[in-house]
Write a protein that binds this ligand. Structure first.
Ligand code: ADP
Length: 632
């Protein structure tokens, strides 16, 4: 109904009002004097006419600021012309600006005469501003994107997929827009960095704190690497745009400033490294030594000048020497660290060919445009020597402990030796008296028998003395194949006299299946002796000690149980600690020494309380392996 030619037939105010209110634009109908005939609500709103009664009033009266050019147009429209403009500026009386689209046309009566004009305006301000903003933004952005040779910008979506890739990025990385858009930005990282989850970590930092900024490596399409100063900014989403990231890279590989600061920090680093006790060796990603600290010089015997430039594998004995290049290649390929991060004990090879132990910690770093690894080495020669000394000391202590045991054992031993010696003395004396009295064959036979017995007793005394000597002599592990029953009986023999005095009965049960074991006889005897002696002391008087030997779970199990009071619950946890004793003359070393000995043999020693009050100590000894049985 409303067209360029105007309104064909204004058929009553109601109808016009109805029609006008259906139109989204602001519409006003004027008569030939430019007085309002009709307008819709939008007109009232757009031109802020509030509830002014405007019908019949002059347009120029309401808007005195209307420019002459407009007045001119109105006139021409009243003369039959039509005008329109897609975007025009309109300045409100308060000075604010609106952008409008307008359409001005005459309207005719039934005879074709111009009755007035119809003016239609549409407020485009929001739309235009939005448009303008985005146009400025795009403009600015492309300016910024292509501003410098060594800068590249791309946009990423929330998952790190590339959504915008401009010529700067193409120039820097080599991928075209078509290739890059839609890909994950992980394509700009090498396998090792991807393996370590670096891409997602960088996004996470950006998302968490707004932006991520660092110097790190990026990969070009052709696989080459360069050091980039990276800024990843998180762009929060709104109703229209989903959230994402801006990823700006500046190629700093050739950057002078960086090189200078690197040099400065290298000097600083060197002075620090030369004073720390750990040696430091820096290698590049091919294993070539780049830096060698003073401590490293001392450690390996190489001068810095002669070792820099060589492959670090010359500092390792086989098999690491041959495998090191492979380790590096594997790490580059898979990103799975082998030594990086952790601390491990490895062997080093000095210039003079000697091998020494050291710990190695490796860190990864980037600098001067390349990936580097810094190894921190700590010499273990001293530590391990100290450990060996400690072990030696422990053996000494065991030795001293044994000698002190001797003090208490001496009484028992004297008693033990006294018997055979007395017997020998008696028999030799009787024999000599018999012979002196002269005698026949019968007497001679008696004498011979007595001397034979004396001989046996002497042998027994000798055996006791020998055992005593071997008991106090210092023991390295001197393993021989031993019968467990024999070991138990020998040990018991040493306490037999004391046990008899205390009226303690010792019962020995050796299972038929008990097999020979490969042990240090004297040391295992000492364990047994200690346990049995502790048992006798715990019982004090009248009781039993049961010793039981049988195979158990692939080992030989020794059990020494007694009818004494047992170990009070609160003492059990400290039972095997050195110097834990309840005896006035005790040293509290016995059980701790026993434990050392049993563990040195690859066995275990533990305590089990008997609900009826007695104590039981159990220990295991590994069974003989077949090849050991053959070899011995
Ligand atoms: P020591 O005999 O010099 O005290 P040990 O290390 O051999 O050193 O024993 C430590 C402590 O363990 C003893 O003082 C005693 O309190 C306790 N103990 C050892 N064996 C027994 C046992 N069979 N019954 C009860 N207590 C025991």
């Amino acid at each position: 109904m409303i067209n360029r030619e105007g309104i064909a037939s204004p058929a009553g105010d109601d109808l016009i009002g109805l029609l006008l209110d259906r139109v989204s634009a602001a519409v006003a109908l004027f008569d030939r004097d430019m007085c309002y005939v009709a307008c819709n609500d939008r007109w009232i709103a757009d031109y802020k006419l509030g509830d002014t009664d405007i019908i019949g009033r002059s347009h120029y009266e309401l808007f005195p600021q209307i420019k002459n050019e407009w007045r001119e147009l109105h006139k021409r429209a009243l003369a039959g012309e039509s005008f329109a403009k897609d975007v025009d500026k309109y300045i409100h009386s308060n000075g604010t600006v609106s952008w409008i689209r307008w359409d001005l046309a005459p309207w005719h009566d039934a005879d074709g005469g111009v009755k007035g004009v119809i003016l239609l305006t549409e407020d485009l301000t929001d739309q235009i501003e939005e448009d303008l903003r985005s146009r400025i933004l795009t403009e600015e952005m492309s300016l910024f994107i292509d501003i410098a040779e060594d800068m590249a910008l791309c946009m990423l979506d929330d998952d790190g997929r590339i959504t915008m890739w401009k010529s700067g990025a193409e120039r820097m990385f080599g991928w075209t827009e078509a290739e890059a858009v839609g890909q994950s930005f992980e394509c700009m990282f090498d396998a090792a960095d991807r393996g370590r989850g670096l891409p997602l970590r960088q996004l996470k930092v950006a998302r968490d704190i707004g932006s991520f900024r660092d110097r790190c490596w990026r990969i070009r399409k052709d696989g080459s690497r360069f050091l980039g100063e990276i800024t990843i900014s998180y762009i929060e989403g709104d109703k229209l745009l989903p959230s994402g990231f801006g990823h700006v890279v500046r190629d700093v590989t050739g950057e002078d400033l960086h090189a200078r600061s690197l040099e400065a920090s290298t000097v600083l680093l060197r002075s620090i490294l030369d004073t720390v006790p750990d040696a430091m060796i820096v290698i590049d990603d091919r294993g070539i030594i780049l830096s060698f600290s003073t401590t490293a010089e001392d450690l390996f015997g190489y001068k810095r000048e002669e070792i820099i430039g060589q492959n670090v594998s010359v500092l390792m004995p086989s098999p690491d020497r041959e495998l090191h290049d492979e380790y590096l290649a594997r790490y580059h390929e898979t990103g799975k660290p082998h030594v990086i991060g952790g601390r491990r004990r490895v062997l080093g090879l000095r210039k003079d060919g000697t091998v020494f132990p050291h710990t190695l910690r490796v860190g990864e770093a980037t600098g001067g445009g390349q990936r580097m690894y810094a190894g921190f080495l700590h010499d273990l020669t001293e530590t391990e020597a100290a450990e060996a000394r400690l072990q030696e000391l422990e053996r000494e202590l065991t030795h001293i402990a044994r000698i002190s045991e001797m003090g208490t054992l001496a009484t028992a031993m004297a008693h033990e030796l006294n018997q055979p010696l007395m017997a020998i003395g008696n028999m030799v004396q009787a024999s000599s008296e018999l012979i002196r009295g002269g005698g026949d064959q019968e007497v001679l036979n008696l004498v011979a028998g007595a001397l034979e017995d004396a001989g046996h007793e002497a042998m027994r005394a000798g055996a006791i003395v020998k055992r005593l000597r071997s008991f106090v002599s210092r023991g390295e592990l001197d393993r021989t194949i031993e019968d467990p029953g024999g070991l138990v009986r020998d040990a018991c023999e040493l306490v037999a006299a004391d046990a008899k005095l205390r009226n303690i009965q010792i019962m020995i049960a050796i299972a038929e299946e008990a097999e020979a074991i490969l042990v240090d006889r004297v040391q295992v005897q000492q364990v047994l002796l200690n346990l049995v002696r502790n048992a006798t002391q715990a019982i004090v008087k009248d009781g039993t000690i049961a010793i039981d030997v049988r195979p158990d779970a692939g080992r030989m199990l020794f059990k020494v149980a007694d009818s004494g009071p047992g170990v009070p619950a609160e003492r059990i946890s400290r039972l095997f600690e050195p110097f834990s004793t309840t005896k006035p003359e005790g040293m509290g070393m016995g059980l701790s020494i026993c434990q050392t000995i049993v563990e040195a043999h690859g066995g275990k020693l533990w305590y089990e309380g008997d609900p009826d009050g007695g104590a039981a100590f159990l220990f295991t000894m590994p069974k003989l392996k077949e090849d050991e049985a053959d070899a011995n």
